[in-house]
Design a protein around this ligand. Structure first.
Ligand SMILES: Nc1ncnc2c1ncn2[C@@H]1O[C@H](COP(=O)(O)OP(=O)(O)OP(=O)(O)O)[C@@H](O)[C@H]1O
Ligand SMILES: [Mg+2]
Length: 251
C-alpha cells in the first residue's frame, strides 16, 4: 500500500498564495475527486505534488509513504510511482512519441527494460485506447487534437505503471465515445494495479465511469468541504458560491 500525504501545504507564486494550508491524504485503493471553480488552485496542486519548480512551497510537507518529496526532482518523484496526466499537455517537437515513451520507461525500469515487450505493450495499449498508430511516430503531442492529447496522457500512464495517479481534467476535450474509453480504461488500470487516484474535474460525466470514494470541494486554495459522490450533485445544482455561503452561515 502507498500513501500520498499533503500536510499544511502553502504555495506561493509571484507573491500570491495559491495553496493555503492545504492538507489531504490519498491511499492506493482510493479515488479522490477534486472539484472547484476556475483559478481555485487545482492544477497548481497537481503540479506541486509532481515537483514543478515554478511553484514555491513556502510551508508544509508532501510525503509519499515515509519519504518527504521536498528535495526530489520531477523524475525522482515519477520513479517512486507518481504520475500526472496534465490539463494542458505540451508539444515536444522533434522528439517522437515512441522515443519519448521508450526513454522514459527505460529510465524507470533500468536493466529489466525489454524493447520487444515495450513495443508489444505500446501497440496493444494504443489499440485499447483506440488511438491512431500513426500518433506513436509523430512528435509528442505535435498537431494532436485536444482529445488526442488526453488519450496520449493515458497511454503514458499505462506504460509507466504508476501507483499514485493525478489526473487534471482528463475529460476536457474528449468526445462522448473517447470519454467512455478513457474512463473505462482508467478504471480498469486502477483495479488491476491497485493504484490511488486524485482526479480533478468540473463535471459528473467523468465520475460516472471513475467513481470517487471521496469528493472534495476546493476554493481559494483550500478544501472547503469533503463528502461522497452526492456532493457532486450539490455542486451541479447549486454552484460553488452557494456552498461557500452556506458554510459561512453555519460558522
Ligand atoms: N505560473 C503561474 N504564474 C502566475 N499565476 C499562476 C501560475 N500558475 C497558477 N497561477 C494562478 O494561480 C491560480 C490558480 O491556478 P490553477 O491553474 O491552479 O487553477 P485551477 O483550479 O486549475 O483552475 P481551472 O479550473 O481553470 O483549471 C490562478 O489564479 C492562476 O492564474
Ligand atoms: Mg486547472
Amino acid at each position: 500500500m502507498h500513501t500520498l500525504i499533503l500536510k499544511n501545504v502553502t504555495v506561493k507564486i509571484e507573491d500570491k498564495i495559491i495553496l493555503d494550508d492545504f492538507s489531504l491524504s490519498v491511499k492506493t485503493g482510493e479515488i479522490h475527486a477534486i472539484m472547484g471553480p476556475n483559478g481555485a488552485g487545482k492544477s497548481t496542486l497537481s503540479k506541486v505534488i509532481m515537483g514543478d519548480p515554478h511553484y514555491e512551497l513556502i510551508s508544509g510537507d508532501i510525503y509519499f509513504d515515509n519519504q518527504n518529496l521536498k528535495d526530489l526532482t520531477v523524475d525522482e518523484r515519477a520513479r517512486l510511482g507518481i504520475f500526472l496526466g496534465m490539463q494542458m499537455p505540451q508539444e515536444i517537437p522533434g522528439l517522437s512519441n515512441a522515443d519519448f515513451l521508450r526513454n522514459a520507461i527505460h529510465q524507470k525500469e533500468g536493466y529489466s527494460f525489454k524493447l520487444m515487450s515495450f513495443i508489444k505493450e505500446l501497440n496493444s495499449t494504443c489499440e485499447q485506447l483506440k488511438m491512431n498508430k500513426e500518433m506513436i511516430h509523430r512528435g509528442v503531442n505535435v498537431g494532436f487534437s485536444g482529445g488526442e492529447r488526453k488519450k496520449n496522457e493515458i497511454l503514458q500512464m499505462y506504460l509507466l505503471k504508476p501507483s499514485m495517479i493525478l489526473l487534471d481534467e482528463i475529460d476536457s476535450g474528449l468526445d462522448v465515445d473517447s470519454l467512455k474509453i478513457v474512463g473505462e480504461n482508467v478504471m480498469e488500470y486502477y483495479q488491476k494495479q491497485e493504484a490511488g487516484i486524485l482526479l480533478i474535474t468540473h463535471y459528473q460525466r467523468l465520475l460516472d465511469y471513475i467513481k470517487p470514494d471521496f469528493v472534495h470541494i476546493m476554493m481559494h486554495g483550500k478544501i472547503i468541504k469533503s463528502g461522497t459522490g452526492e456532493l457532486v450533485s450539490e455542486v451541479e445544482k447549486n454552484g460553488y458560491e452557494a456552498i461557500l455561503k452556506e458554510l459561512e452561515n453555519h460558522e
